[in-house]
Write a protein that binds this ligand. Structure first.
Ligand SMILES: C[S@@+](CC[C@H](N)C(=O)[O-])C[C@H]1O[C@@H](n2cnc3c(N)ncnc32)[C@H](O)[C@@H]1O
Length: 220
């Protein structure tokens, strides 16, 4: 069985109960557009992960950075139901939102400081490329969600998606920083990894990484 097949989504029977009883779950995020600071009851920066899966990356980040607010966005209830029970009690800086990212510009209005795209679905067929979370369709929407300027951090195992994304970011007027085709080798910092990342790297599949933003600086 390959790595991806072994991670297919399974239905969680009591998912509705888990979602409805969690203080961290937001099922109707559109009502908070323009007022996410009130959800967190502070004006700290807000970091968003689209497609957070079971949420290891965002949970661990929230734990070590209490002065940053984190939002995990995921479209499938069964996956969210696996994330919610793992959130530590009394976590104040994390919420999990159920939504399809295609509506992202109806959820946030210039409120996000940083966006993580970790192991996004690759949509390999050319006719599906516009569904990629790094396509121009999404980049235009991301222009509406950032507080200041676009700031995207991307990791993927998929070199085709990575090459496409570098071009897409560049065509959108973004500069590329910290570009790596083997991030676990080149990164000097201690990394918080995702579930998919752990599976891929334990199979010796290299991880690609880029930061795309409006900064021209070469030494980022
Ligand atoms: C390959 S998984 C990666 C999960 C996690 N980021 C990780 O690295 O372990 C991609 C996730 O993105 C979610 N996803 C894909 N497209 C999405 C969209 N348009 N809106 C919200 N979530 C999406 C999928 O449901 C899935 O959970």
């Amino acid at each position: 069985m390959n790595v991806v097949n072994s991670m297919r989504m399974r239905n969680v029977k009591n998912k509705d109960e888990i979602l409805n009883n969690s203080e961290y779950f937001i099922g109707d995020p559109f009502q908070y557009m323009g007022s996410w600071n009130k959800v967190f009851k502070n004006n700290n920066p807000i970091y968003l992960e689209i497609g957070m899966g079971k949420g290891k990356f965002i949970r661990e980040n929230a734990k070590v950075n209490p002065n940053i607010n984190y939002i995990g966005l995921e479209r499938y209830d069964s996956i969210i139901a696996k994330c919610l029970p793992k959130i530590e009690q009394n976590t104040k800086n994390l919420v999990i939102v159920r939504a399809n990212a295609i509506g992202i510009d109806k959820i946030f209005n210039h409120e996000i400081d940083c966006l993580f795209l970790n192991f996004s679905d690759p949509w390999p067929k050319v006719r599906h490329h516009s569904r990629r979370l790094s396509s121009e369709v999404f980049l235009k929407k991301y222009d509406q969600i950032f507080k200041k300027e676009i700031n995207i951090h991307m990791r993927t195992d998929n070199t085709d998606l990575f090459a496409y994304s570098l071009e897409s970011f560049s065509n959108h007027g973004l500069y590329l920083h910290d570009v790596s085709l083997n991030y676990h080798l080149t990164c000097k910092d201690e990394l918080i990894t995702t579930e998919y990342e752990d599976k891929f790297s334990s199979n010796d599949i290299p991880i690609c990484h880029v930061i795309a933003d409006k900064t021209k600086c070469l030494n980022k």
